[in-house]
Design a protein around this ligand. Structure first.
Ligand code: ADP
Ligand code: MG
Ligand code: ZN
Length: 477
């Protein structure tokens, strides 16, 4: 029988911090821009230029560390990681090796296999490199240093994940955490979150880990899932043939759906790390940590539980509502304006989500006045508008924060419950379709729907449905 194998995965995740300026100079971190315009002597590595640490970077790193229940090194330092590559103008990257700002944390993930803690080995601050642009036409490479010096945190997990589903859940947790903290948008596709996957396989039940490889160049969730699958198979095949896995860095090619050796695994000593003499150590005092702790927002897990407890929402609704902090806030504000929680939740989880898909907007960008949604829910509850009409109004609120009551009036959306007007229309319909009336009176219940439809059409959808049905039954008797 074929042996059973277990996959073991540890992640190194880089997250670009959304500070206004770079980590060691005043240049903007803004994405894009003409190449080499967001640069200065510091971030282009000019001899003699001196780095000055951006305090916000330390604060953002601490926020992330606190959210992951990490220990904090009260005395932390920066180290130089030396390597030569044209995207790295100083020929060293300023990073942290010996005393990273945070260590020993946890991130809780949830999959179909249940809840699980992924341990965080450490998290450190470092600077990003520039970007190389290879031009096959002219057979040349160009370099853009706009990204050089953009602040990063690198989060190193313990090898605690066992499959692609757990890896996805972990990355999703990090993304949502960063979004709640407002420290990064974490987009794999745009490179503001980058994940290196360390993977090994071992026989099920073995006590030792196998030899791992590290895969780079994974820029979508799908690519990560495929890479895990492909690399697991490759390593199992090697072991089955009695060969060994070589510890190395591999590049995942998502088009060819396989990985290729990139370089043999480098050691810390290859980088000749040493403390950066241009930067003094950072001392993080208790008062600073306490202030940040007090400022921490309620995070997703807590908010979700509170929504279930406080508003009686289903786990499912609470899950959708809390994926984006601004949507959760909009929901809660709407309830504060007096809307029934379940109704407010329905508009957000069903209609808002549908409109998001249709319009291709980003959930993080959605904003409208919560009192407008509360007012809409109120008029529908009072049956002053049909559900169909309310949907139209909601689209307006969602799209450009339209004031609902004025809109309802201007577009004649107020539901007509006035029996007089309705009776006239109903009589008209009955006169026009004597055959259908006869069928109905013969017991053909199906034609009733036809009559409701006819009345609604003439009323342009604005008739109160329950009053319409009641009057129709009466007149058709
Ligand atoms: P290095 O210092 O050589 O980069 P680390 O010990 O820091 O190695 O580990 C880097 C990453 O590799 C971590 O995320 C860790 O969880 C993961 N890792 C370490 N050993 C294994 C293994 N045998 N299988 C899978 N992942 C591993
Ligand atoms: Mg490493
Ligand atoms: Zn600069």
């Amino acid at each position: 029988m074929r042996k059973q194998y277990e996959t073991v995965i540890g992640l190194e995740v880089h997250i670009e911090l959304a500070t206004k300026t770079k980590i060691f100079c005043g240049c903007p971190t803004e994405f894009g821009g003409e190449p080499n315009t967001h640069t200065c002597p510091v971030c282009t590595g000019m001899p003699g230029a001196l780095p000055v640490l951006n305090r916000k970077v330390v604060e953002y790193a601490l926020k992330a560390g606190l959210a992951m229940n990490c220990q904090i090194h009260r005395f932390c330092k920066f180290d130089r990681k030396n390597y030569f590559y044209p995207d790295n103008p100083q020929n060293y990257q300023i990073s942290q090796l010996y005393l990273p700002i945070c260590y020993d944390g946890t991130v809780e993930i949830e999959t179909s296999g249940g809840r699980k803690q992924v341990r965080i080995h450490e998290m450190h601050m470092e600077e990003d490199a520039g970007k190389l642009i290879h031009d096959p036409w002219t057979d040349s490479s160009l370099v853009d240093y706009n990204r050089s010096g953009v602040p990063l945190i690198e989060i190193v997990s313990e090898p605690d994940m066992r499959n692609a589903q757990e890896v996805m859940a972990y990355l999703e947790q990090l993304r949502i955490m960063a979004q709640y903290l407002g420290i990064s948008d974490c987009r794999l596709e745009e490179g503001s979150m980058r994940a290196d996957v360390n993977l090994s396989v071992r026989e099920a039940g073995a006590s030792q880990y196998g030899t791992r490889t590290e895969m780079k160049n994974l820029n979508s969730f799908k690519a990560i899932a495929r890479a895990i699958e492909g690399e697991t198979m490759r390593q199992i095949e090697l072991l089955e043939e009695g060969k060994e896995v070589i510890q190395e860095t591999r590049r995942w090619d998502d088009n060819k759906e396989c990985s290729f050796p990139m370089r043999s695994k480098e050691d810390a000593k290859d980088y000749r790390y040493f403390p950066d003499p241009d930067l003094p150590p950072v001392v993080i005092d208790e008062a600073w940590i306490e202030r940040l702790r007090a400022e921490q927002p309620e995070l997703r897990g807590d908010k979700k539980q509170r929504f279930v407890r406080e508003f009686g929402l289903s786990e499912y609704d609470a899950d959708i509502l809390t994926e984006f902090r601004n949507l959760a806030d909009l929901f809660e504000e709407t309830v504060k304006y007096g809307a029934q929680p379940k109704k407010a939740a329905n508009w957000m989880t069903q209609d808002a989500m549908r409109l998001l898909k249709e319009t291709g907007r980003r959930p993080e960008e959605i904003t409208f006045s919560p009192d407008y949604l509360a007012a809409l829910i109120q008029v529908e509850e009072e049956q002053k508008i049909t559900h169909k009409g309310a949907k139209e109004v909601f689209e307006q609120i969602f799209d450009h924060d339209e004031e609902p009551l004025g809109y309802i009036e201007a577009h004649h959306l107020a539901a007509v419950a006035d029996a007089g007007v309705l009776e006239q229309v109903i009589e008209e319909v009955i006169r026009e379709y004597p055959d259908s009336v006869a069928q109905y009176r013969d017991g053909k219940e199906k034609v009733f729907g036809f009559f409701v439809g006819q009345v609604m059409r003439r009323m342009k959808g604005n008739a109160d449905p329950s009053v319409t049905r009641e009057l129709l039954r009466e007149k058709l008797r």
